[in-house]
Design a binder for this molecule. Structure first.
Ligand code: AMP
Ligand code: ZN
Length: 474
């Protein structure tokens, strides 16, 4: 059983997707006005873990992540740098995609850009006007929050009709987290800003409508999971619910998952406090010999180490500890791999086999409990400590192989040993092809030795239902 903490109900709930074997997942993507920072990446790594874990559990995940390439911040940036919005945002979109690769984050199934989806947004706003949830004022369109009975159900904010704020109109994309106001769905064009034609004249969408329109277009009016950082609960996600449910009359999202904000050295990140790290900043740090000190996977591992709903205080000392811990894991996996590939006539004491059975169960159970990575990794390190005490001559090839297979599974969930961002060389393609051939002819010994050959060259072949998949050791 998988359980997630659902912000909507405020409880941990059993996860049951709408469809038997498929999960629809929407995650709010980056606003591409600058490089993403380590806090953003805590959220993106958590979402990647969520997707990988669901895939490990046998679900086909349809993961949609948008790119916010039109909002107040992107427009202001483009104006400041005297560039077109497209030129300005494409630069940061490309940088973001590179960062995802560095962090071994799987690319989403679909990555719609807001500026490509304006017609879907206009259509949604028209529905809201028709349903008396929105009104036109001076060429802009606003959502009337008092007309949506469910307003506040996600953020637990009470909509008090006497609050003056509830009838105030706000047309900046981000506003005070305490303030409840009628928010802009469509903003009338301002001089010098990019704009699109609409039934209400030239203008551009508000930030919140972008996510409602894109998620429903690609995942349907009701879908399984919507995730993001905790700062998005209000107003962004609250407004998404009001927009989507106000238009369709159906429940919008079944499970809302939010990660807690990352702090750096105990504080909120800010450029002024010099505790603001982009991925590039961290990759540029050198060790005493002048070599790169941290790679992307170490950074990923450090972000995974703390449960996504726990306070996470990022420090460089913490990153050092993560590097050490990850090296311990890597060494252990190497040892298990070599153990079964070497000539091995050992007699089993059954110790390793038993340990693997137990840790496998505990590791997966911890992740099934709201993705508790801290507990899962705790189990893993306890296992390694015990396994390292077993005399090598008492471990059979079969047991080494089981331990190796377990670590490979954890890698599929956590993405810390190997990745998919590479081109397959002809040599590896040939090995994969011969191996498929051998398996078809039931020559499993040949298939195994071909898999080992790939492994020695740094590639891992997994047999999935849909065929062989190759990963590269990092
Ligand atoms: P943005 O590009 O600002 O729209 O943010 C992209 C994602 O990063 C959103 O899911 C935010 O909630 C998340 N985020 C922003 N700051 C932090 C932080 N300090 N810690 C964790 N997640 C964050
Ligand atoms: Zn969003």
């Amino acid at each position: 059983m998988i359980k997630f903490f659902n912000t909507l109900s405020g409880k941990s709930e059993e996860f049951k997707p709408l469809k038997d074997k498929g999960v629809s997942l929407y995650t709010c993507g980056p606003t591409v006005y600058d490089y993403a920072h380590i806090g953003n990446f805590r959220t993106f790594v958590f979402e990647d873990l969520l997707r990988r874990f669901l895939e490990f559990k046998g679900y086909k995940v349809n993961h949609v992540m948008n790119i916010t390439d039109v909002d107040d911040k992107t427009i202001a940036g483009a104006v400041r740098e005297k560039k077109s919005l497209k030129e300005y945002t494409e630069f940061y979109t490309k940088a973001f995609r590179e960062d995802l690769k560095t962090l071994n984050i799987l690319p989403p199934t679909k990555e719609p850009k807001a500026t490509d989806e304006i017609p879907a947004m206009i259509e949604l706003i028209e529905k809201l006007i028709k349903n008396n949830k929105a009104y036109i004022k001076d060429g802009s369109v606003y959502y009337r929050v008092t007309d949506f009975a469910g307003y506040g159900k996600l953020s637990k904010k009470k909509l008090d009709m006497n609050i003056a704020g509830a009838s105030e109109r706000v047309d900046v994309d981000e506003y005070d987290r305490e303030q409840i106001s009628d928010f802009a769905l469509w903003k009338k064009a301002k001089e010098g800003e990019p704009s699109w034609d609409s039934p209400w004249g030239k203008g551009r969408p508000g930030w919140h409508i972008e996510c409602s329109a894109m998620s429903m277009k690609y995942l349907g009016e009701t879908f399984d999971i919507h995730a993001g950082g905790e700062d998005l609960i209000f107003p962004h996600h609250e407004n998404e619910i009001a927009q989507s449910e106000g238009a369709t009359g159906k429940p919008f999202v079944r499970y809302w998952l939010h990660s807690k904000h990352l702090l750096v050295d105990g504080k909120k990140m800010s450029k002024k406090d010099k505790n603001f790290y982009t991925l590039c900043d961290l990759l540029a740090i050198k060790d005493d010999e002048g070599k790169q000190k941290y790679d992307g996977v170490v950074i990923r591992f450090s972000l995974l180490f703390v449960h996504y709903r726990q306070q996470f205080n990022f420090t460089l000392q913490g990153l050092d500890a993560a590097k050490e811990a990850l090296n311990r894991l890597r060494d252990f996996w190497l040892k298990m791999g070599l153990g079964y590939m070497k000539e091995n006539n050992n007699v089993s004491s059954l110790e390793l086999g038993t340990l693997v059975k137990v840790v496998r169960e505990h590791f997966t159970a911890a992740l099934a409990d709201d993705l508790n990575t801290s507990e899962a990794l705790g189990e893993m390190f306890a296992f390694i400590k015990l396994a390292n005490k077993i005399a090598p001559e008492k471990i059979s090839a079969e047991e080494y192989k089981e331990a190796d297979a377990f670590l490979n599974e954890t890698d599929n969930m956590l993405g810390i040993f190997s990745g998919f961002h590479f081109e397959l060389s002809d040599e590896i393609k040939e090995i994969v092809k011969s191996r498929e051939e051998a398996r078809k002819n039931k020559k499993y010994d040949v298939a195994d030795s071909l898999r080992n050959e790939a492994r020695k060259k740094g590639y891992i072949i997994d047999d999935l239902r849909e065929g062989a998949r190759v990963k590269k050791l990092l």
